[in-house]
Write a protein that binds this ligand. Structure first.
Ligand SMILES: Nc1nc2c(ncn2[C@@H]2O[C@H](COP(=O)(O)OP(=O)(O)O[C@H]3O[C@H](CO)[C@@H](O)[C@H](O)[C@@H]3O)[C@@H](O)[C@H]2O)c(=O)[nH]1
Length: 418
């Protein structure tokens, strides 16, 4: 029997996702038409002996999260539970704190996944790989290849090329260590808790001697993987299939593209087709059936349109996510942007951003999820309209971030509009 744990973090995380994470917890942000987390849940539920999925984070359980989890539980016919940490316990602290819940029922193995990644989730392959390579005490990290420069933003893995054993693990090194990076998807056996436990004791001892009050924070990467490397216990399964982090809003558009492309294989019914009375679509497009789109609009490639969106005549949308309840009035144009919930774009207005896609000429390039500013200036990136923003007719909004509930009255370029 198998289980899976999805680490969703909490409200203090996902800061690069603002202002979108003000409205909805980042793990529920729609990517290719469904909440980010649903892609993980779907992948887990496809494994025949998946018994339970535990979502661990430090968000207060709210109605939206509860509703999503109970619908997912019904749709995917697998038990799903949310376990709330009393504080941010780190990527290892949460699973250690809830180890009894993870181990109840006696799973022989369990997956742990970061919520903020998009992936083809080669979970069956990881299981086969573990059987081939290890015993009950060995663990598997999903790895992929990055280019030298970008590898520094990830956990880096040095492997024995013959055996795939992890010889050395360094989290976000300051100089080049390896181009194999940690994808944030792991396969553990119950034996992993024997390695996490001793780390916890160390922290508590430190707390007693220093008189500090510290939560039982354990980082899987720095505290556990670094120590397990070179001990014959940790292996890396490398995938060449798609994988990306979802840190910034720009990377959500990129992740949408990857998942929409995958829908040809997994969910062709989610892809819009050109049909009588519908809009013209180009490339991969997701359109929620409750949206109302004029047949003269042209949509795509890589567009996701949420529930109850209204799109007028002659509208053009490309490389964008339009969130529920938004209205794009006649002849407006939206490129490389995220249009927030219930926002309105006036007639002939143009909302445009600059994509931050990986370098198409480098097969190992990943998306750069940089911070908003470089050298004191806003880096040109996708345009984001927070929820309930009004853009008047005939204006241009370029490379800007507009906070929720704003009524703009003119054009803006390269600005954060507070
Ligand atoms: N439950 C819980 N989840 C957490 C906590 N801290 C982080 N997470 C979740 O754990 C994941 C990792 O978050 P970060 O700690 O922000 O790490 P990172 O910068 O994304 O790097 C990690 O992922 C990379 C791949 O995307 C890896 O390359 C890297 O080694 C590391 O594992 C995210 O899904 C985040 O929500 C915590 O205290 N509690």
């Amino acid at each position: 029997m198998l289980k899976a744990v999805i680490l969703i973090g909490g409200p203090q995380k996902g800061t690069r996702f603002r202002p979108l994470s003000f409205e909805v917890p980042k793990p529920l942000f729609p990517v290719a038409g469904v909440p980010m987390l649903q892609h993980h849940i779907e992948a887990c539920s496809k494994l025949p002996n998946m018994k339970e999925i535990l979502v661990i984070g430090f968000y207060q359980p709210n109605e939206e999260l509860n509703r999503f989890l109970s619908c997912a539980q019904q749709d995917f016919k697998v038990s799903i539970r949310y376990l709330q940490e009393y504080a941010a316990l780190g990527t290892g602290g949460g699973i250690y704190h809830f180890r009894d819940q993870i181990l109840s029922g006696g799973p022989e193995a369990f997956f742990v996944m970061n919520a903020d990644v998009c992936s083809e989730f080669p979970l069956p392959e990881m299981l086969d790989f573990q059987k081939e390579h290890g015993d009950a005490y060995s663990f598997v990290i999903l790895g992929t290849t990055a280019n030298r420069k970008q590898s520094l933003n990830y956990g880096c893995i040095v492997e024995n090329e013959q055996t795939d054993e992890v010889l050395h693990y360094v989290e976000k090194p300051s100089t080049f260590v390896s181009d194999i990076i940690n994808c944030g998807i792991y396969l553990f056996t119950p034996g992993v808790f024997q390695h996490i436990g001793p780390n916890l004791c160390l922290i508590i001892l430190e707390e007693q001697s220093n008189g500090w009050h510290r939560a039982e924070v354990i980082r899987l990467e720095q505290d556990i993987f670094t120590a397990l490397a070179g001990q014959g216990k940790l292996y890396v399964y490398k995938t060449a299939r798609f994988w990306s982090q979802i840190k910034s809003a720009g990377s959500a558009i990129y992740a949408s593209r990857l998942y929409l492309n995958q829908y040809h294989k997994t969910h062709p019914e989610r892809l819009a087709t050109n049909r009588e009375g519908g809009p013209k679509t180009i490339g991969n497009v997701y359109i929620h059936p409750t949206s109302n789109i004029d047949p003269t609009a042209v949509i795509g490639p890589n567009v996701s349109i949420g529930t109850g969106v209204t799109i007028g005549a002659g509208v053009r949308v490309r490389e964008s996510i339009i969130l529920h309840g938004a209205t794009l009035q006649d002849h407006s144009c939206v490129l490389n942007s995220i249009v927030g919930w219930d926002s309105t774009i006036g007639k002939w207005a143009r909302v445009e951003g600059t994509p931050s896609d990986p370098n198409p000429n480098d097969p190992y390039s990943k998306i750069d999820s940089e911070t908003l500013f470089r050298d004191g200036k806003l880096t040109p990136s996708i345009t984001i309209l927070g929820c309930n923003v009004n853009i008047p007719s005939e204006v241009i909004i370029l490379n800007s971030i507009v906070l929720p509930h704003k009524d703009l009255n003119r054009s803006f370029k390269n600005q954060i509009i507070l």
